[in-house]
Write a protein that binds this ligand. Structure first.
Ligand code: PLP
Length: 377
């Protein structure tokens, strides 16, 4: 067997953390389950459906578990991700970014088969492009109109500002306006939990108001879909919201802890790394660099580039394949030691890895493929 294949085979058959070659991406099985159950409960308590964002894990096994626990379907960011999950048999998928390339649109209409594939429209040009492809399709294409509630990324303005495009979509043959959606990603720059709560409330209220404006014009608008992990506790409680789409909650990460969304022990994802050098008493070098951890620093500047699991030390510098931790000169790190690092941003980290090693304490219980890894088109 070529050595690369041998290494891969070894990684897939390792049964304990000690046997794993590093760096490797670990998922704590118990924390994952806690996170999945908690969000499903939150959705049930609020009387909304859960359509989790699958771009966080890109993993068929986790998506299946979410559906088993009660999720109505999933959300993806990209056409390529949609294709992976549709091919795996999921039958209710929302693509929550504007897809405007006519080739991708054609492909998606083909790939959906008998599944429900809902798409997002937020511009007149986007509407025209979906209309052109949908006119020849056997079934209407369900559409959500994206509304900007303050993130200022994509989306039409709320309330009256959304009406014209809503009317256009609703009167387009081949398209079926299913409702409105938004994502309050600006909550990631909030300075306090109180500010997150305020952003979450506004997210729900502005979107409900938009749906009411559309309905007042005589147009059906059943779906009112909000969601991000920081705001979902607040937005889901706004009367009139029907659906939430959090993604990051399956793992949580350094950014969620820094925002005060969860305490550190709720982070399910860690990178297992090896100390490869200690060239100075205050400097420990790991075999996990930017290609393993990502360079995401979060908005606050407090996070460094990752934090030791159950510890305080930060990764302070990354090159491609090296992570440098600043440590107390008396700390006991030695070459060959294993360290677990909580990544700052789980969603981007997962996309750098082929496998998730599902661990319960020191045992590896399963190895799951990151099936939609690299599907960024
Ligand atoms: C459109 C959309 N919906 C939902 C989410 C999920 O947000 P989070 O990962 O904070 O839970 C995202 C995240 O980027 C998003 O862009």
């Amino acid at each position: 067997m070529p050595s690369e294949a041998a290494a891969a085979a070894h990684a897939l058959t390792a049964t304990t953390l000690d046997e794993l070659e590093t760096p490797a991406l670990l998922v704590d099985a118990d924390i994952l389950e806690t996170n999945l159950h908690e969000m499903q409960q939150l959705a049930s308590d609020a009387g909304v459906t859960l359509r989790p964002h699958w771009k966080t894990h890109k993993c068929v096994e986790i998506a299946r578990r979410q559906i088993e626990l009660g999720a109505v379907g999933g959300t993806v960011a990209k056409a390529g991700e949609a294709e992976v999950f549709l091919a795996a048999g999921f039958d209710d998928v929302l693509i929550a970014t504007p897809v405007v390339d006519p080739r991708k649109i054609e492909r998606l209409i083909e790939a959906r088969g008998r599944a429900s594939l809902t798409v997002l429209v937020e511009s007149e040009e986007g509407r025209r492009r979906w209309a052109a492809a949908a006119s020849g399709a056997q079934r209407a294409v369900p559409v959500l109109l994206e509304v900007d509630v303050g993130m200022h990324r994509t989306g039409v303005p709320p309330a009256e500002g959304a009406l014209l495009l809503a009317q256009e979509i609703a009167s387009t043959p081949g398209l079926e306006l299913r409702g409105v959606m938004t994502h309050a990603g600006h909550a990631y720059a909030a300075a306090s939990p109180a500010e997150i709560a305020e952003i979450g409330r506004a997210e729900g209220e502005l979107l409900v108001k938009t749906a009411e404006t559309i309905r007042a014009a005589g147009i059906d608008c059943p779906v009112v879909s909000v969601g991000s992990t920081p705001t979902v506790r607040h937005s889901s409680r706004v009367p009139g919201v029907t659906e939430i789409r959090p993604g990051n909650y399956v793992f949580h990460d350094g950014i969620q802890v820094d925002l005060g969304v969860v305490p550190a022990p709720r982070c399910a994802l860690t990178v297992l790394a090896t100390v490869t050098a200690r060239p100075a008493p205050d400097r420990v070098v790991l075999d996990a660099g930017a290609k393993t951890l990502t360079t995401d620093r979060g908005a606050s500047g407090r996070l460094g580039l990752g934090r030791v699991h159950a510890g305080e030390e930060l990764v302070v510098k990354l090159s491609e394949e090296h992570g440098i931790m600043r440590v107390d000169p008396d700390a006991s790190y030695r070459v060959g030691d294993r360290v677990r690092i909580v990544p700052n941003h789980a969603c981007v980290t997962v996309n750098l890895h082929d496998h998730l090693y599902v661990a319960r304490e020191a045992r590896i219980e399963a190895v799951w493929g990151v099936a939609a890894r690299g599907r960024v088109a």
